[in-house]
Design a protein around this ligand. Structure first.
Ligand SMILES: C[S@@+](CC[C@H](N)C(=O)[O-])C[C@H]1O[C@@H](n2cnc3c(N)ncnc32)[C@H](O)[C@@H]1O
Length: 404
């Protein structure tokens, strides 16, 4: 808590404390984290060297030019052993991420569900959970296992299920190698939310949002830092996936964060016009077809009060990356059940925002530093324009948005 101004009732245990992997399960989770890191650093490094030293010259000899975009870079790499090994290992590591946490989640699932039920019935911290069993989950979520997560985000197998929330949350720690040793500044919040909230606060010191909305919040990991940065603001998170919302609500209530979670489609949110001063999202739009992204950005424009700020963290657009980097990022479209990813990256966030009603001169696109690794002193220099940010994915995060 920043200054003790938020209630911290401590009447509920943290739902994370119910996750008790055995030493063997822990070892498996550690192995998967290490394997992912190996693939993304060593194997990816090998692949880049082969691209530069062999694939580009071969492609040039055949076509008369070097790959001009990510698709051509992929064509240049297609069939090369190093790319096949990289892809196979990365795909398997992705499947193993979720498998590595499933057993410990299953073992304590009844206790996690009881805790989430208690949180929803009592709301000891003053947040809320509003579910809509009639909500139609959009096909871009329901038709496939996004990120290869068995059951995706929304599936429910038992009454008041939180299993997907737990699998996504604990699997996310295995994914990022954050098994208790690197989970953001506060040890439990998302690094993206910490960084974007800190950036907005530093860049616009007089901005005091009364209400904040996170779209596609999942379990609110990257929403929770806003409660620290903007104490006193009402905090809202929406998502279509009930198990993630139940899990996040239980976590927030135990942490003393009065967050209002509701199950809604961001294309048609039920809040009144101009209700929010700050609208954010993270890792959201690349999973949404561009057609729906356009609708959601119009919703952002409708929901945002005059003078309000919209800030979305996303993958960097194709226009800002080299052909190799585009080939690297777009791997997920081809292999990770994220069909909308490449089309989002091929679009222009500022054009999408202006089409949604935001004025061109008020739109921004930039990379900001990851707060935890960059440090607050350097972050302050970055905001003053005295230090460049690290690249997206290498210690920085791409964001786009607008001041309405
Ligand atoms: C990759 S997750 C983002 C997680 C979260 N923002 C974070 O930073 O950890 C994408 C989330 O968007 C949700 N989602 C997808 N389409 C949605 C829509 N139209 N409205 C609301 N939520 C949506 C999914 O259920 C999923 O939880």
């Amino acid at each position: 808590m920043p200054d003790g101004s938020l209630p911290n009732t401590q009447t509920l245990p943290d739902i994370d404390s119910y996750f008790r992997p055995t030493s063997n399960e822990r070892a498996r989770m550690g192995f998967v984290s290490a394997m992912r890191k190996h693939v993304l650093v060593e194997k990816q490094g090998e692949m880049k060297r082969e691209y530069e030293d062999i694939a580009v010259p071969a492609y040039k000899a055949k076509t008369g030019h070097a790959p001009r975009n990510g698709d051509e870079a992929e064509t240049a790499m297609d069939g090369r052993l190093v790319y096949s090994v990289y892809g196979a290992l990365r795909y398997n590591a992705q499947e193993m991420v979720w498998a590595s946490v499933q057993e410990p989640v299953e073992r304590t699932l009844p206790d996690m569900i009881s805790l989430a039920q208690k949180a929803a019935a009592e709301n000891p911290t003053g947040g809320s959970l509003r579910l809509d069993p009639t909500l139609e989950v959009p096909r871009y979520v329901s038709a496939l296992d996004v990120h290869l997560i068995p059951g995706c985000f929304h599936s429910e197998y038992t009454k008041d299920d939180v299993a997907q929330g737990a699998v996504v949350s604990f699997g996310g720690m295995v994914f990022s190698g954050a098994l208790g040793w690197r989970q953001g500044l506060k040890g439990k919040y998302g690094a993206v939310g910490e960084s974007v909230a800190h950036y907005i606060h530093s860049k616009y010191p007089d901005f005091k949002p009364k209400r904040i909305l996170d779209m596609g919040t999942a379990s609110g990991k990257n929403l929770m830092p806003y409660a620290d940065t903007f104490p006193g603001a009402e905090i809202y998170g929406i998502d279509v996936a009930a198990p993630l919302l139940r899990f996040g609500h239980a976590k927030a209530e135990a942490a003393g964060l009065p967050i209002h979670f509701s199950q809604q489609n961001a294309e048609t949110a039920d809040f009144p016009d101009g209700y929010f001063d700050l609208i954010v999202s993270s890792f959201f739009f690349h999973e949404v077809p561009v057609k729906s992204t356009k609708v959601i950005l119009k919703e952002c424009h409708r929901l945002l009060a005059k003078g309000g700020i919209m800030a979305h963290m996303e993958l960097p657009p194709r226009k800002s990356c080299t052909p190799y980097v585009n080939f690297f990022w777009d791997w997920d479209t081809l292999n990770n059940n994220e069909p909308a990813y490449s089309a989002f990256r091929a679009s222009d966030p500022t054009v999408l925002s202006t089409e949604a009603g935001f004025k061109a001169g008020t739109c921004f696109e930039l990379v900001i530093p990851n707060r935890a690794t960059f440090g607050d002193d350097n972050f302050a220099k970055f905001v003053k324009g005295e230090m460049p940010p690290p690249p997206h994915g290498g210690g920085g995060w791409f964001i786009f948005g607008s001041v309405k």
